[in-house]
Design a protein around this ligand. Sequence first.
Ligand code: ASN
Ligand code: ZN
Length: 310
Amino acid sequence: RKLGDLDTALLSERLRGQRLAFKEMGFAAVGVPAGGERRTIYDAGHATRLPGALVRGEGGPRSKDEVVNQAYDSSGDTYDFYWKTFKRNSVDGRGMRLDSTVHYGTRFNNAFWNGRQMVYGDGDGQLFTGFASAIDVVGHELTHGVTQYTVPGGLTYDGQSGALNESISDVFGTLVKQWKLGQDVNAASWLIGEGIMGAKYGKALRSMKAPGTAWTGDDQPGDMGGYVQDGDVHTNSGIPNHAFFLAAMALGGHAWEKAGPIWYRTLPMLHPDATFAEAARATIDAAGLLYGAGAEQAAVQAAWKGVKVL
Ligand code: ASN
Ligand code: ZN
């Protein structure tokens, strides 16, 4: 179907039974929704069977294991961010329980969303020193769930749609962090995963400000001139990541207050095989819906031109 078709997007939201109050977006939420967040943390004990042993439930006492507390605290911050910024009640918009498993596998160098829950490895101590300690990584993984429930049909994890899927997780992952730290666009580092890499490899996993410069193996392009044909979804995501960075810098202030809502409003307008150019046009449409045909929309268009998608 044609992208940017508001009626179709709203219809598909309704068909999905979601009660996301998009009209209310941009207004701060008052209070906490009935039920609120419901977190459960499991310990895989270095095995790979999920979810593992329950080690902390919602409201339960802190664990002696700091990794358990990190997963608990940062998934709570991510819940709060989505609720207070977008009035979104959890990953599915309907109060879904947030399950996390820590100590997954042995020296496992990754974290992931498996379609139902978050999973965190401890890293091998060389390349990575853990994943749950980085709030933007936690926000990234949970946002894969948000994308799954908000883009009609999801975003296929391959090619440009896959790179968009990755970028959306980085966008809202860094917004969770910037929101938690109260940083404006100039104070933010725009790095993803600061502090989880072994120092000799670099400072972070990815840079939205300067894609390709975060660590020794960083192969991200920052514009279409560097697009990697058949590249990994985590490689070409540098392009839409940098577009968001450029839009946020142009809009200024807190990135979650203007640039964030535009990108969030775009999600229900995408489709499983969305291309970069389609996503660009959808963000421009979303900016128009939220702010009219003005400086915001022009800034979003300029950002995509800046990365040579338009
Ligand atoms: N940490 C990675 C991610 O969330 C795992 C993966 O490759 N899907 O993108
Ligand atoms: Zn991801």
